[in-house]
Each structure stands twice: as C-alpha cells, then as structure tokens.
Design a protein around this ligand. Structure first.
Ligand SMILES: *Cc1c(COP(=O)(O)O)cnc(C)c1O
Length: 438
C-alpha cells in the first residue's frame, strides 16, 4: 500500500511510515494512492457476511501487500471484537440508529483506536525502543486510546486531560487502567493539553530519548477501520430488504464521515451523507457559501464535536478532487444549537423511548431536517450514527431521562477501581521533567 500527502501527490510513503508519522511534514494528510473498487458480487452479497468478514475483505483490499493476510486476519479479530448493531427506532419504521458504542470505551473511537494500536504494535520490531504514545483529550479520544493500547506489548500511553472538564465516567476510563497507561490531570484547558503534547513532539532532546508518536484522529490507521461499519450497516439493511440508504453522521473533526465517503468511493451504494454539526459550523457554512473559514471552537453539549477547524475535511476535498459541487451532491450539512440538541434528546425519548447522547441527537435532528428538505421517499432507509453511549454525558439529561440510562457492565466495574493520575500545571518544563523520568 502506498499513500500520498494531500498537499503533494508526488510524496509517497508506505503504510508503516504513514502510521508512525501520522502527518506528512508538509502538514497535509495521508491518503491511499489506490482506492480499490469492491466487486459487485461482494456488494450484492454483503448480507451474507459478518462484520469481521467484511472488515477483513475491505482492509485487505485497501492495505494490499502492507500486511500478510494471515496477520491482518489476526489483527482484525483482535481489534474488532464487538458489534455495531443497526437498531430500528420504531417497529416497522424506516429510521435506524447505528450503535457504534459497544466497544470498551463506549464510543465509536474504539474502532479506530483498537485497530491503530494493533497495527502499531505489529510494525514495531522486537528489539526496538518502546513506543511512547502521547495524547491530549477532551474526553472520548483518551478513553478509546487508553483501552485500545492497554496491555499492548512494547507500548506506553501518556494521556493529558483538562482537570474538571471531562465527565466522571470518562475520567475513570482514563485513570483506572494501570499497566502501560499513564494519566496526567492538567490544571488547564484541552488546548493547554494539546499544546503540551505539541511541544513534546517538537523537543529535540525528548525525541532522542523516547520514540514518540501521536494517536490523534488524523492517523490513517484510525480512518480505515471506520469504513467497516458503513459496509456492515448496509449488510444489515439488506437483510431487511432495504438498500436505498442515507447516513447522518455527527461530525467534529470529520474523520467518521470521511471514512463513510471512502467506503462510498470503494463502491458502497449510498444515496446521501449528512454531516451533522453543533454550532461549530465551519463545514455547513462552507457548503452553503463556498468560503472555508475556520473559527475557534465553541463549547457545546456535544463536546466531542467542538471543533472549529475540522482536520479531516482536506481528506474529503481530496477524495472528490477538490470538486465542491461533487461534494455538495453527496454531502448535505446542517448545524444545531444546544437548545435544539436538548429538545431532540427529549423528543427521541418521548417518541421512541430511546436515550440518545447529545452527539447522536444532533445526527437525528439533521436527518429530520434533511427529510423535510428533500421530501425523502418512504422507501429510503434513514440511518443516524450513534457515536457514544449516553452514560458518558450524564449531566446533560433531564432527571427523568437520566434515570432511564442503563449503565453497561464495563462501566459499573470502574467505580470500584482506584483512580490514579498525576496532577500537573500547564508549563512544558513540568511535562518534560515527567517524560524524562520515564
Ligand atoms: C469524536 C466524536 C465525534 C466526532 O467524530 P469526528 O470523526 O471527529 O467527526 C462525535 N461523537 C462522539 C461521541 C465522539 O467521540
């Protein structure tokens, strides 16, 4: 497999280089040179395959010779060991929620983080220096990365999170792992955490001593496994005799929807994608006005989508040869306020007895708006992606709905574990001293 930089298509690297670098030096993003076309036979028979079979087929076509097939099979079995069920919102209805939160950290980021951790471990040679993964998190990324790398040999993860700004369950997911996972509670904001990580990557002395790598959402090995569940959703729809599909994706850094569009480019028949955002609306504004203008992020209830400069957008532009009109045909985009989000959470609960997390609720709202705008035919299957379990954001729900949230077993067991985190100020000297102590 070869990948190029979105900034320079002549700059090509192999898969392992793209995985460990995360980003080319020219600040573009890596994209596969060759996007395979899935054969029609496979698409027509998708309903006969399991998630893991689909994952294997898609990954082997994308990665080609990068990993021997037997090893790839093993990586997939190990990484994708939970389901992504498509749940009808209403008996006999045409709206479905694609639940992507059945992995260990209860968020869709488990797909990317688990696959990436195993790919990195695979490419590490036995006698090489331990891999040090540094990650700043505002909540969901840290948990997925921590649980993804937990116990993975020859790796160590250092997670920085802003004190008092992540939910209780998110904090427990970061701080109760032990083993090769270290949590740092920074007395500052998410931006401070991110700045510390960036400074560490730029520090010559540290880079001599440690083999540093990042684990953020721009890594190509996080994007690839996110294509799997789009194919698998289609397979589940096919089993119900439905094919004409619309996907609504709650979007922040636009990695999730970029993976959906990559699946589409590989031949998955999708009628429409909807990019649903909170008031951090850089993309919906762009699709409306043609002007791409990033902004500082604004805090909302759907905080995993508080992104003013969505890093994966360039990948989508690249997939469509920078043809704005082509993108506008396949991607519609809508943004919603916190008031809209809260109302949607209540509406979904009252109409369908379903508890949706704020990100998920925004995807449902966008689907409603699209259906009204486009006068969707009833034959269509409308799918909104649920990116996290509601229990991760308890403070947002009205008491009555909060009481209905079922806490999954893997979360209940967290409450009895000891929380361990190193408290730190926002100065780089403190962080460097900590890393030097490894
Ligand atoms: C990360 C995240 C998102 C945003 O996904 P992107 O790939 O960044 O667009 C949405 N919802 C939840 C719960 C998340 O954790």
């Amino acid at each position: 497999m070869k990948l190029y930089s979105t900034q320079n298509h002549d700059l090509k690297v192999d898969f392992a280089t793209a995985v460990f670098n995360s980003m080319p030096l020219d600040k573009g993003l890596y994209m596969p040179v060759h996007i395979p076309d899935l054969d029609q036979e496979f698409i027509n028979n998708l309903d006969k395959f399991t998630l893991s079979q689909i994952a294997y087929k898609v990954a082997s076509l994308l990665l080609r010779d990068a990993i021997p097939l037997e090893d790839l099979q093993h990586i997939i079995d190990d990484a994708i060991n939970f389901e992504a069920p498509l749940v009808p919102l209403q008996e006999g209805g045409d709206t479905y929620v694609l639940e992507l939160f059945h992995g260990p950290s209860l968020a869709f980021k488990d797909f990317g983080a688990r696959f990436m951790s195993r790919i990195m471990a695979y490419f590490l040679k036995d006698n090489e220096k331990m891999l040090d993964v540094l990650v700043a998190t505002s909540g969901d990324t840290g948990g997925a990365v921590a649980l993804g790398f937990l116990g993975v040999p020859n790796t160590r993860v250092t997670i920085l999170y802003p004190k008092g700004k992540v939910s209780e369950i998110q904090e427990l997911q970061l701080c109760t792992n032990g083993q090769n996972i270290h949590a740092i509670e920074v007395d500052g904001t998410f931006d401070d955490c991110q700045s510390l990580v960036k400074q560490a990557f730029a520090d010559e002395e540290l880079n001599k001593k440690l083999r540093l790598t990042s684990a953020n959402s721009i890594n190509i090995s996080r994007l690839i496994p996110q294509t799997f569940y789009y194919f698998n959703a289609f397979a589940q729809l096919k089993r119900q005799g439905k094919e004409n599909v619309v996907f609504s994706v709650p979007s922040g850094n636009f990695g999730n929807i970029a993976a959906g569009l990559l699946a589409y480019k590989m031949g998955l028949p999708v009628k429409q994608f909807i990019a649903a955002t909170n008031i951090n609306d850089t993309v919906p504004r762009f699709l409306e006005t043609g002007v791409y203008e990033t902004k500082s992020s604004i805090q909302t209830y759907a905080n995993a989508m508080d992104v003013g400069a969505p890093s994966n957008w360039v990948r989508i532009m690249d997939l469509f040869g920078n043809d704005q009109e082509a993108i506008k045909d396949i991607v519609k985009s809508y943004s919603f306020t916190d008031e809209d989000t809260l109302q949607a959470i209540k509406d979904i609960y009252e109409k369908f007895s379903y508890v949706a997390c704020p990100h998920t609720a925004i995807a449902w709202l966008a689907l409603q708006t699209y259906s009204t705008d486009a006068k969707v035919e009833s034959k269509e299957a409308k799918v909104f992606l649920s990116t996290a379990h509601a229990c991760k954001f308890p403070d947002i729900f009205p008491e009555e709905i909060k009481a209905k949230i079922e806490i999954p077993a893997q979360v209940n067991s967290l409450f009895s574990k000891e929380k361990k985190a190193t408290a730190m100020d926002t100065s780089f000297e403190s962080f460097k001293e900590y890393l030097n102590g490894y």
